[in-house]
Structures are given as structure tokens and as C-alpha cells.
Design a protein around this ligand. Structure first.
Ligand code: SR1
Ligand code: MG
Length: 423
């Protein structure tokens, strides 16, 4: 049965994209020349949407359109089109707060649920670069800037309560995408569910064990509660290496359709978890044992720098731009007050750190035992080698979730990842 869609909606194709853009004077001007000369390619390889790259003689744009179902699964899983509007709104907020780290949003079509945005070139999806063992020397500093700016300035530390509540209202209806996260990350992998899959039979024992692992399930339930209830900041909501485009010198964050007001640690943690998963996958891509050891060390250095850079920038913003309503400056005047406030800042970032480790672990588990897996592991053709990498990934993930509070700092996490990787 065909899925009902609002009047005026139709899924675009390579030909109809041209007709759609030709009606938009600003975009037409940007592309230049006659529409018949524009080159269009559908390049979407994510789980949900269509993505077109359109090149004209004078410029290019990217068009992203929501489909009324989950592309990864097919029409048997209908999905509302409204996510395109949430993505558009989030792109605008994030572009305002971190203009150099987010593609420029150009136009939103209310009927087609299609976003037209700056086309990033010669950027590639970071996950693909990491599978090919490419080093990105500026990545950690640039992503830390994105995280600190977008999360600080939408939290009660950097934004007035009235403004935050207005934004909260705008994103609160993004329930369908939040539910995907609630189910696929925090629920399904810990029970028998038809959506789950894993490298079988190699990991059958691991998939079984997780269902009876009470300390793990209890810790995950706390993380789920925090995800459901803690409206700390406007989070991207799906910040993995597939939502980041890179060149050697530039980092841009795309795809914020899962955006809503949630825990800051979810964004930071999902990113750290995906980096650690890439770390665990590297031996599976080696032609000779140890060939990627240096690259693995670069990943661990990146994990450390991302957290440390985020923490430093977030604290600096709090010290220099206390523009929100939380922690009124008037309550903390004088040297004792300043000391007390600094202690509170340290406590706050320590809590984000602990949350981040938990969310990192849950992201690593869901991509191994749940529905949607990562190309980092999926592109390892030999199932025995893949399963060996995935097993080490699961071992570290469990520690991050269950023992998050025991890790003194991010360096200890990187050290632990190295030890677990040795088996
Ligand atoms: C059904 S959508 C599966 C996953 O794709 C996105 O990248 C999100 O991570 C979501 O959980
Ligand atoms: Mg996405």
C-alpha cells in the first residue's frame, strides 16, 4: 500500500530536481547557465533520505529531501516528513552559532520537505576517510569548536531562559526521531527484537549475554532516562562520523534531523563512541598485522583532543560569556564566590564527561548488535576478522557504560582502549 503524503509532495528524481531548482531565482543564479546544462547526481547513502548534488556552470548546491519511510528498511517502516523541517531549523541555529563548521542553509521547501544548502566540495564523509586511514589534522580542534559553541549557547548557561523555551517548543515535536533513538540505542539491543542483527554465529554468545547483563541494562536505563528528560541544550542528536564531512583542513557538520533539547553528553559521547569504534575496526582493514598501528594512535590522540578541546572551550565560554540565567553572576562575586563558581563549572563538565562515556558505549553497542551498523565494521569482508574487532568494541563499550564514573580523564579512556584492543 502506498504511503499517504501531504498534497504537493512528491519524491524528487534526478530530472525533477532541476525543474524544482529552476523555479528558485536565488538558487538558479548561484548555479548559473541554463538548467538543461546542470548536472544532477543522487548520492544519498544514509539511512533515511534522498540527497542530490547539482552542479551548474557557476556553482553547485546540495538538495536533501525526506522520504516518507526509512530508506534503510523500506516502505514497511513509514516515517513522517516533518523531520526535514527540524533539520532545517537546526541547521539555521547551528550555522548561526558555528558558521564555519556548518554548510550554509539556502532554502526550505514546505511542500517537498526539501532543504537546499551549500554543497561541500571537495569534502567527503569522515567515516569513509577513516576507513581509508586518512589523517585529519584539524578535525579535533574544529569539531570541539562546533560542540562547544552549539551546546553552550543553547544551554541555560549561554542562552536566556525565555529564548531557550521558545526554541525548546520548536523542537519538542521531533518525537518520531527521538523515538528511533530511544528504541534503537537504548532498548532493542538489550532484548530479543526482530530489528537486531549481528555477525552470526560469531557473536551469538555476545548478543545473548547482553540480554542478561543486569548492571549494563541498569546503567543504560539511567542513560535513557537522561535522554528522555534532560533538556540541557539543543543537541545535534546524531553526531557520528557519517554526519561529518571533511577535507584535510576543514570540518563541517551535516544532518541534524535528530535535533532536540537533550543531554549535552549525547552529542559528545556519540562522536567519541564512533571514533573508538573506528579504532576497534582498524585491524580488520590491515593487509599486514600492525600496518595501521600509527593510524590507531592518531585516532586515540583525536579522542583525547576532542574531549579536552571541548572542555576547555566550553569552560572558557562560561567564564567569558555567562549570558544565560543559570548561575547568576551576582551570587558569586569576590574571590570566594569566584572559587565556588569555578568549582561548580568543574563539577558540571565532569558530569558531562561521565554522561559522554556512557553514551559513547551505548552507541558502540547499538552499531554492533542493533539494526543500523557502521561501515567501519561492515566493510571488513571476512566475518571472523570482523567479529574479532566487534568483540573488542563491545568489551570497551561495556566498560564505558558500566564504569563511566571510574575513568579519571579522557587519557585513561584512550589507555584502556589500547589495552582492550590487545585482547
Ligand atoms: C532507522 S534510522 C537508523 C539510524 O540512522 C541514523 O543515522 C540514526 O543514527 C538512526 O538511529
Ligand atoms: Mg543522518
Amino acid at each position: 500500500m502506498a504511503i499517504a503524503t501531504p498534497e504537493g509532495y512528491r519524491a524528487l528524481g534526478e530530472t525533477t530536481v532541476t525543474a524544482f531548482l529552476a523555479e528558485l531565482p536565488a538558487i538558479r543564479g548561484r548555479l548559473g547557465g541554463e538548467p538543461a546544462l546542470w548536472r544532477v547526481r543522487e548520492v544519498g547513502d544514509g539511512n533515511l533520505n534522498l540527497v542530490f548534488l547539482v552542479e551548474g556552470p557557476e556553482g553547485s548546491v546540495c538538495v536533501k529531501q525526506a522520504l516518507p519511510y526509512v530508506r534503510l528498511v523500506g516502505e514497511s517502516w513509514p516515517l513522517g516528513l516533518a523531520r526535514a523541517r527540524f533539520e532545517w531549523e537546526a541547521l539555521r541555529v547551528q550555522h548561526r552559532l558555528a558558521p564555519e563548521r556548518v554548510p550554509e542553509p539556502l532554502y526550505f521547501d514546505e511542500q517537498l520537505y526539501a532543504i537546499v544548502m551549500e554543497r561541500l566540495a571537495p569534502h567527503i564523509i569522515m567515516r569513509k576517510g577513516m576507513i581509508a586511514a586518512t589523517v585529519y589534522p584539524r578535525f579535533s580542534e574544529q569539531i570541539a569548536e562546533f560542540l562547544a559553541h552549539t551546546l553552550y549557547f543553547t544551554s541555560d548557561l549561554g542562552m536566556k531562559a525565555a529564548e531557550k523555551k521558545k526554541l525548546l517548543e520548536l523542537f519538542a515535536p521531533n518525537v518520531e526521531l527521538c523515538k528511533i533513538t530511544e528504541d534503537l540505542i537504548f532498548t532493542d539491543p538489550y532484548m530479543e527484537h526482530e530489528r537486531n542483527r549481528w555477525t552470526s554465529p560469531q557473536l551469538d554468545d555476545a548478543a545473548r549475554a547482553i540480554r542478561t547483563d543486569l548492571p549494563l541494562k541498569r546503567a543504560v536505563a539511567w542513560l535513557k532516562l537522561k535522554f528522555l528528560s534532560e533538556a540541557q541544550a539543543l543537541i545535534h542528536g546524531d553526531l557520528h562520523t557519517g554526519s561529518i564531512m571533511v577535507t584535510r583542513d576543514d570540518t563541517r557538520v551535516i544532518d541534524p534531523e535528530f535535533a532536540f533539547f537533550g543531554p549535552i553528553g549525547f552529542d559528545v559521547g556519540k562522536l567519541l563512541g564512533n571514533l573508538l569504534m573506528s579504532y576497534a575496526s582498524q585491524p580488520g582493514h590491515e593487509a599486514r598485522p600492525g600496518e595501521r598501528a600509527d593510524y590507531q594512535e592518531w585516532i586515540l590522540a583525536t579522542v583525547r583532543e576532542v574531549w579536552n578541546g571541548f572542555e576547555r572551550r566550553f569552560l572558557d565560554l562560561w567564564r567569558s560569556r555567562p549570558e544565560g540565567d543559570a548561575f547568576p553572576t551576582a551570587h558569586f562575586s569576590g574571590p570566594d564566590g569566584e572559587r565556588a563558581l569555578e568549582a561548580a563549572r568543574r563539577t558540571f563538565v565532569r558530569r558531562i564527561f561521565t554522561d559522554s562515556l556512557g553514551y559513547a558505549g551505548t552507541s558502540m553497542i547499538r552499531r554492533t548488535l542493533g539494526l543500523a551498523h557502521n561501515a567501519d565494521m561492515e566493510t571488513i569482508p571476512d566475518p571472523d576478522r570482523r567479529a574479532a574487532c566487534e568483540r573488542r568494541n563491545l568489551a570497551l563499550a561495556r566498560e564505558l557504560v558500566v564504569e563511566a564514573e571510574q575513568f579519571a580523564d579522557i587519557a585513561s579512556v584512550a589507555d584502556r582502549a589500547r589495552i582492550v584492543a590487545r585482547g
